[in-house]
Every structure is written in structure tokens, then in C-alpha cells.
Design a protein around this ligand. Structure first.
Ligand SMILES: NC(=O)c1ccc[n+]([C@@H]2O[C@H](COP(=O)([O-])OP(=O)(O)OC[C@H]3O[C@@H](n4cnc5c(N)ncnc54)[C@H](OP(=O)(O)O)[C@@H]3O)[C@@H](O)[C@H]2O)c1
Length: 323
């Protein structure tokens, strides 16, 4: 089968499309025939050699890719949740062999059944960002109807799903983005959108119940200004796992009896959140936002585009045709 492998860390050119052996499912695993995957910041961060959090887990040669959508080809002897032919999506084996591959074997517990109303391309765009958005907005952010939620990086892979999930829960949603994304975010349900470059959000907003930082840019100043906007007892959730909350930020949050936390890293119930998102998708309350689809052969271009940090929604890698 074909798969992407890297033998050195570096530029997109280190990604090689190779013929490798098809994996075999262990007793608690499923073998998935992959139709689509997508590009996440973690993919290019790993390709470049990782960050402090990831580096200890990265051993060359390495596959890449977090997300997968496909069809169950085989089930291990202990697997009871899935059968051959099921359409599934999930975040398999991270970090490890990766999902930029025609087949993968991974624990059945890392997958959920795909929403019935979407394609493999749409499903491949969703899993990791949907998990982070659900865990951040619902599990950690404890969003309630009528609350004011402020989302940094609202047009990105995680951000657009956070907007949709918060709206589905009845929140009043304010997002930051570049002006070219304002109409897009309004159509997605955002109540207000601010330009993170030209508008001083700290002077325009207040009474925020939940700040969700889904920006790909690590910026302590933005975090501090956002913490100032929180109500007493508010919540600050940050997606930037590799970048700890500063002592200054912790102090600012403590003064408001607010909590500050990171989302991600496998600490939260994975697949149950994906099932929750599946329901919202089947109810038509959440959809996949895809800016571009590349064939696997063009993975280098896909990475370059993702590294601009200005993708709207997701870039999908098509592994094989739906038919
Ligand atoms: N994807 C995952 O599975 C995952 C998992 C765990 C953690 N995370 C973390 O979550 C964060 C977001 O990931 P992502 O996949 O959503 O990234 P992404 O899709 O690459 O984010 C792109 C978005 O970021 C916006 N943006 C760029 N600079 C910004 C700034 N200075 N302030 C606010 N927004 C800005 C862009 O908006 P405009 O184009 O409108 O300027 C664009 O819409 C990253 O820190 C990532 O490490 C992601």
C-alpha cells in the first residue's frame, strides 16, 4: 500500500510517498481502508521535528497524519463495536504511523461511526478538530445557553467547529478573524466578529463567560487581555498544549476566580466527544468546512498552505475515490 513516510525532519520535501507493507489488525484493533485525512498544525510541527511536548515520542522513520475516515476492512478478535464494512472516522495512533496512508490498523476505541449524512472527504476533515472543539467548549468550557463565548482563531480548523458547537449549545459567540472571513463566520452563526489585527478587542468586549483560544499563534499578551474580559468565575480554555499558561495569566485568572486550562493531549474522553459531534452533524447543526482537497501526492503543497496559518476550516488529503 502507499503511505507517507519521513526519514528526516525538515521541509515538506522530506515527505516521501512510498510502497509499505499493509498493517495487520491486533486483537483490539480494526484495519481501516482510508479514504480521506486532513492536515493539522501537529502534522507540520512533527514533520519539522516536533515541539517540547511531542519530541520524546518521535522516532524516525515516521508516518504523519492525525485524522482518518474510511471503511472497516477487518476487525480484531476482541472488537465488538464495529464490523467489516462500517464507515468510521477517528484519530488513530497519534503520534505514530499516521493516517496519510491507504490502510491503517489502530485501536477500535479510537474510532466512531461516521455521521450518516456526510462524505469521506467531509469526515476526514473533522475528527481531531471536532474533539478539541467539543472538549474545549462543552467539557472544559461548560458552555450554557445565553453565555458569551469569545473564540480566538474562529475561522480555523478548530475555531470554526468551536463556533458551531457553541452556537448549537445556544451561546452568544464572538470570534476573531481577518476581515475576509467575517461573512463566512456570520453565515456559520457567529454573532460578532472582530479583526485581531486592527480592532482592540479588549476595549470593545466584556462580560465574557468563556474564552476559547484556538489561534495557531502563541501570544501571552492576547491571553492576558482576554483574561481581563472574563466575568467573575469565568473559564479560559487554551488549545496551545505546548505553550504553558504564564504565571502572570494564572494570577490574572485567580483575581477573577476564573479557571484556566489546556484542552487536548488525550486527557479527555476521546471517542465519546466524537459521537456527540456526530449527533450534531446528523441534526444539521454542525458541518465540515473544507477550503481545499489535495490528492495524497500533493501533500507537500497541502503542508505549505497549512503553514501559512490562514486556512479557512480544513485542508483535506484525498487518499482514494469514494466509488
Ligand atoms: N487541529 C488539531 O487537531 C489540534 C489539536 C490540538 C491543539 N490544536 C491547536 O489549536 C490551534 C488551532 O489549530 P487549527 O488546526 O485550528 O489551526 P489552523 O486551522 O491552522 O488555524 C488557522 C486560522 O488561524 C487564524 N489566525 C492566524 N493568526 C491568528 C492570530 N494572530 N489571531 C487569531 N487567529 C489567527 C486564521 O485566521 P485568518 O485567516 O482569518 O487570519 C485561520 O483561520 C493550534 O494552536 C493548534 O496547535 C489543534
Amino acid at each position: 500500500m502507499k503511505a507517507i513516510r519521513i526519514y528526516a525532519f525538515g521541509e515538506p520535501s522530506v515527505m516521501q510517498l512510498e510502497e509499505v507493507e499493509r498493517p495487520v489488525a491486533a486483537a483490539d484493533e480494526i484495519l481501516v481502508k482510508v479514504y480521506a485525512t486532513s492536515v493539522n498544525p501537529a502534522d507540520y510541527i512533527i514533520r519539522q521535528g516536533g515541539n517540547d511536548l511531542l519530541r520524546p515520542y518521535l522516532k524516525l522513520p515516521l508516518g504523519l497524519g492525525l485524522d482518518a475516515a474510511g471503511i472497516v476492512e477487518e476487525v480484531g478478535s476482541e472488537v465488538t463495536d464495529f464490523k467489516k464494512g462500517d464507515k468510521v472516522y477517528g484519530v488513530p495512533n497519534f503520534p505514530g504511523d499516521g493516517s496519510y496512508a491507504e490502510y491503517l490498523a489502530a485501536k477500535a476505541s479510537q474510532f466512531a461511526l461516521m455521521p450518516r449524512n456526510i462524505s469521506f472527504i467531509e469526515a476526514g476533515a473533522l475528527p481531531s478538530c471536532a474533539l478539541i472543539a467539543w472538549n474545549g467548549i462543552v467539557d472544559l468550557g461548560r458552555v450554557e445557553a445565553g453565555q458569551r463565548v469569545f473564540i480566538h482563531g474562529a475561522a480555523g480548523g478548530v475555531g470554526n467547529l468551536a463556533v458551531q458547537v457553541a452556537k448549537a449549545k445556544g451561546a452568544y459567540v464572538i470570534g476573531t478573524a481577518s476581515p475576509y472571513n467575517f461573512d463566512f463566520l456570520k453565515e456559520l452563526g457567529a454573532d460578532e466578529v472582530l479583526d485581531y489585527k486592527d480592532q482592540q478587542f479588549e476595549a470593545l468586549l466584556g462580560n465574557i463567560d468563556l474564552v476559547f483560544n484556538a489561534s495557531p499563534v502563541r501570544d501571552n499578551e492576547t491571553r492576558l487581555k482576554s483574561a481581563d474580559l472574563l466575568k467573575e468565575g469565568g473559564i479560559f480554555v487554551c488549545t496551545q498544549l505546548d505553550s504553558p499558561l504564564s504565571e502572570e495569566l494564572k494570577e490574572a485568572l485567580a483575581q477573577k476566580n476564573a479557571t484556566g486550562t489546556h484542552v487536548g493531549g488525550g486527557g479527555l474522553a476521546y471517542v465519546s466527544s466524537l459521537r456527540e459531534t456526530t449527533s450534531l452533524i446528523e441534526e444539521g447543526k454542525v458541518k465540515a468546512v473544507i477550503s481545499k482537497v489535495y490528492p495524497l501526492e500533493q501533500v507537500g503543497e497541502a503542508h505549505r498552505e497549512s503553514e501559512t496559518k490562514h486556512v479557512r476550516g480544513k485542508i483535506v488529503l484525498k487518499i482514494r475515490d469514494e466509488n
